[in-house]
Design a protein around this ligand. Structure first.
Ligand code: ZN
Length: 144
């Protein structure tokens, strides 16, 4: 029993840490994709890319969105930032998997995932209980 309580406490603590990390990752911006180097010829007959086969290299971020591969050039001074955003995305999925694991284990121990955030905004949209003829006991239950 003591072991179980400790593991529950540890799981909840871990859940808090994972949620905090996810918040940080999202706040730091993230994006899916891969950094790639494109090598191409510009087409000018006297350019080194044609005469010496030294192709022009450029860094791009490549990502498949809705079945379409999308590319965007990444200027050298932006590469570190893009790298970070891509790293945040990969880390986000690892954290999400671990959070899911922790939530599964907590569910098995009888703890639902405590939900905060957007669902709180839905309080006003719920159907109001009929006041007419409601008994005090029902009323207090409904307003809690
Ligand atoms: Zn060229």
């Amino acid at each position: 029993m003591l072991i179980e309580t400790t593991s529950e406490w540890n799981l909840m603590r871990r859940r808090g840490a994972l949620l905090r990390e996810m918040h940080e990752l999202v706040a730091g911006n993230l994006m899916r994709g891969t950094l790639v180097t494109l090598a191409r010829r510009c087409g000018k007959a006297r350019c080194a890319c044609t005469t010496q086969g030294r192709k022009h290299k450029s860094r791009c971020v490549s990502v498949n969105l809705s079945g379409r591969t999308r590319l965007a050039y990444v200027r050298a001074e932006k590469e570190a930032q893009v790298r970070k955003a891509l790293g945040h995305y990969r880390r986000f999925w690892k954290v999400l998997d671990e959070l899911t694991e922790v939530n599964l284990r907590l569910l098995k121990l009888g703890h639902g995932p405590s939900i905060k955030g957007p669902s709180e905004g839905e309080q006003g949209s719920g159907v109001k209980p009929a006041r007419r003829g409601a008994k005090p006991a029902q009323q207090s239950r409904a307003t809690q």
